[in-house]
Design a protein around this ligand. Structure first.
Ligand SMILES: *[C@@H]1O[C@H](CO)[C@@H](O)[C@H](O)[C@H]1NC(C)=O
Ligand SMILES: *[C@@H]1O[C@H](CO)[C@@H](O)[C@H](O)[C@H]1NC(C)=O
Ligand SMILES: *[C@@H]1O[C@H](CO)[C@@H](O)[C@H](O)[C@H]1NC(C)=O
Length: 699
């Protein structure tokens, strides 16, 4: 788990030097260029040193056209031989890796048979990338299991390649910028965080269209012009310093909704349980101790329960800690009377499992203190304060001397844990599992109408846009699913007047509909059940771009914490994706309600308390009302001033002037609070990144 920053000079008309004998004077030129590049790379890595405080390394090609930089958080093979970049000198291959590959002992043993001439130089999981590439060419992505971002360079083929994991757990940004050498040359820069581009000549400018049509949330765009994310499950290649392409190597898929699933529910429960245990077991492998994030929810609790089980029943070590040592869990707790404190449930879970439980108390002042730094690490806004909570949470393992934790992220995405999925589950019958579904046809129709109505009520209550009708084009592009209404319910509609003319027809729902590619849309319309289509769309937008970012990698790595996500293991998710919808969201005739993540609950039963097994979903969240004149109110009043807002350029002061006062206090307006939080974050970003003021001339 680490940080990477890489630079590739793109071919331009003026320079096309092949690696030939240097002419007189050229030698000196190369030496100066190398020193300059090294210095730039060092500064770039300094920006992301929190991702890898243990060591730093780089490789620069002889002709200075390729530079790979790496900061290391040592987790496997703590010796210097695990330092990166990795090289296969005889083959001219070089690579840097951010992340973890699981099951690598088996893969490595296999590679040692297939490639007898290849000598491994370390015991790091990351090194398998080069050997896999030598053995399988671009197919090597097939064999990578885990969370990762990889950059590999093949000198002989002049092939530069960047790969991102299947779910976008690890980040990878890229941009093309002027090389600053004064000849109009361009370079492709690829890094783990955008701030790494700052020392490389990047001048941040707001991407106002991306803000208005929510591109930053649903496709490859960010808040900044010209900076993109590599899509999850994709790789990018740049061949011979010119041609750049991005292609998928993996995608989620779901069964044909008409095909009958002959398996019994018991078989399915056992299938999920086995795969979850395997996924957790693989993620306990590390040369440092591994802890667990524990909240009051089922997702993290089952991870803790499974770890405790593996230790006790199978004598498995938790990272470098022997099985005799007690497992450690971490959490934060809000004031008990806030209604958001789950630590008493987590405490009971911890007692029941016999694990250690470390928690940190959070209050408003502590959140306010961390707000600005958390924004800097996230590099984008987030319409509530959960990201600050997650940022504070990662301090707990750090202070206890841990570098690795397991986290329950992703369970809601694969098992259908959010209430907004319910109308789409009910939109069509589950033909695949009719005989095992307790929901009758008549009941389904009735519940569908209820669910749609409740969703509308919910949107009205939070002052949000209730979304478009079934007949809107984006919804028709996606078989009518209403989950996209929930995904776009909150929009920061405070944009300056000029942006309306400059960017007409910005429709976040259309952004979502277009983010699915044509093949996925074909499956959504012809093949997949609407619940599965909803899970697909959500897992391509909100999952990588918010949950795994602001509530994941960025706020964890800010404190040098690697969080592993057993629920996003693709062997597990491929199995779960192929289960019928009605074992994910299941009607309980006894309780007259839907049980979300039913199959997860059943698979987890032996590992969790009765309290959790029976508990209804509570999404992780920070409190949503805050007093007047408290630390948060004061902070936002200081941030959201006329002067600061005008510096953004794309926000209308008239629309945000009274916002902060409206947002706070007992009767605080929920929408105003979200807007105040978002505008405050933009202002922090504008200052810390020194973003140019947006204006109509720029567009
Ligand atoms: C690459 O993958 C394809 C399809 O899975 C397979 O047929 C081929 O043999 C693989 N090639 C290598 C070099 O692994
Ligand atoms: C459990 O594993 C530890 C090392 O991790 C070993 O020393 C011990 O003998 C094992 N105990 C059993 C009962 O297998
Ligand atoms: C749970 O809370 C009680 C009371 O505050 C405390 O004594 C106990 O140590 C806690 N248990 C764990 C596992 O932290």
């Amino acid at each position: 788990m680490c940080g990477i920053s890489c630079i590739l000079s793109l071919a331009s008309t003026q320079q096309h030097h092949h690696a030939q004998q240097p002419r007189n004077g050229e030698h000196k030129g190369i030496t100066t260029e190398r020193a300059r590049l090294e210095n730039e790379l060092d500064q770039s890595l300094q920006q992301i040193v929190h991702r890898g405080p243990d060591s730093c390394g780089n490789w620069i090609s002889d002709d200075c056209r390729v530079a790979l930089g790496h900061v290391r958080l040592s987790i496997n093979d703590l010796s210097p031989s695990g330092a990166q970049p990795f090289h296969a000198p005889d083959h001219g291959i070089h690579a840097v890796v951010n992340g973890e590959f699981y099951d690598y002992d088996r893969i490595r043993a296999q590679l040692e048979k297939e490639l007898p001439e290849y000598t491994f130089t370390s015991h790091s999981d990351s090194e398998i990338v080069i050997a896999l590439y030598l053995a399988h060419g671009l197919n090597f992505t097939e064999y990578l299991r885990g969370e990762f971002a990889v950059v590999l360079y093949d000198e002989r083929k002049e092939l530069f390649m960047a790969v991102r994991d299947r779910y976008g757990i690890k980040p990878l940004f890229w941009t093309i910028i002027d090389d600053g050498r004064g000849h109009g040359g361009k370079r492709l820069c690829v890094a783990a965080e955008m701030k790494a581009f700052l020392p490389l000549g990047w001048t941040p400018e707001w991407d106002v269209r991306s803000l208005k049509d929510a591109g930053w949330n649903h496709d490859t765009r960010t808040l900044f012009k010209g900076v993109q994310k590599l899509r999850p499950g994709h790789y990018m290649t740049c061949q011979c310093f010119g041609h750049i392409t991005e292609r998928p190597y993996w995608d989620s898929s779901y069964p044909d909704k008409r095909a009958i699933d002959p398996r019994t529910p018991e078989e399915l429960i056992e299938g999920v349980r086995e795969r979850m245990l395997e996924s957790v077991r693989l993620r306990l492998r590390a040369d440092v101790p591994v802890g667990i994030y524990l909240s009051g929810g089922i997702d993290s609790s089952v991870l803790a329960g499974m770890v405790a089980h593996l230790v006790k029943e199978q004598n498995i070590s938790v990272g470098s800690a022997p099985p005799s040592e007690r497992v450690t869990c971490f959490s934060i707790a809000f004031d008990e009377d806030s209604g958001f404190d789950e630590s008493s449930i987590a405490n009971r879970t911890a007692e029941w499992l016999g694990v250690k439980y470390l928690k940190k108390l959070m209050n408003e002042e502590e959140l306010a203190k961390r707000f600005e730094d958390a924004v800097w690490y996230c590099e984008q806004h987030n319409p509530d304060l959960n990201f600050v909570g997650k940022y504070a949470l990662s301090e707990v393992p750090q202070e206890a001397g841990y570098k690795v934790v397991l986290t329950g992220e992703g369970a809601d995405e694969i098992f259908a844990g959010y209430p907004l999925f319910l109308p789409d589950y009910l939109r069509e019958p589950d033909q695949a599992y009719e005989t095992h579904n307790p929901l009758s046809a008549g009941e389904r129709t009735k519940q569908f109408e209820n669910a749609e109505e409740e969703a509308q009520e919910h949107y009205r209550a939070i002052g949000a846009n209730g979304g478009t009708s079934d007949l809107s084009i984006p919804r028709r592009m996606l078989n009518g699913i209403s989950t996209i209404n929930g995904m776009t319910a909150f929009q920061p509609d405070v944009f300056a007047g000029w942006t309306e003319k400059a960017f007409p027809a910005c429709d976040p729902q259309m952004t979502i509909a277009c983010n699915a590619d044509g093949i996925a849309r074909h499956n959504i319309n012809e093949k997949w059940h609407p619940l599965h289509s909803a899970l697909y769309v959500w897992s391509k937008g909100n999952l990588p771009n918010i949950f795994l970012t602001c509530l994941g990698d960025r706020t964890e790595m800010a404190h040098s914490i690697e969080a592993r996500t057993p629920f996003l293991d693709h062997h597990l998710t491929e199995y779960v994706n192929n289960l019928p919808p009605s074992v994910k969201l299941r009607w309980s005739p006894e309780e007259q309600r839907f049980v979300e993540k039913w199959i997860l609950r059943e698979a987890s039963k032996p590992f969790i308390t009765k309290e959790l097994y029976e508990r209804k979903k509570h999404p992780y969240s920070a409190p949503t009302t805050w007093p007047r004149d408290g630390p948060l109110h004061k902070l936002m009043k200081k941030l959201v001033t006329k002067e600061n807002v005008e510096l953004l350029g794309y926000v209308c002061w008239e629309k945000v002037g009274g916002l902060v006062d409206k947002a706070f206090g007992e009767t605080g307006d929920a929408k105003a609070l979200r807007l105040a939080i978002v505008v405050s974050q933009w202002i922090v970003l504008a200052r810390r990144f020194e973003v140019k003021t947006a204006s109509v001339q720029e567009c």
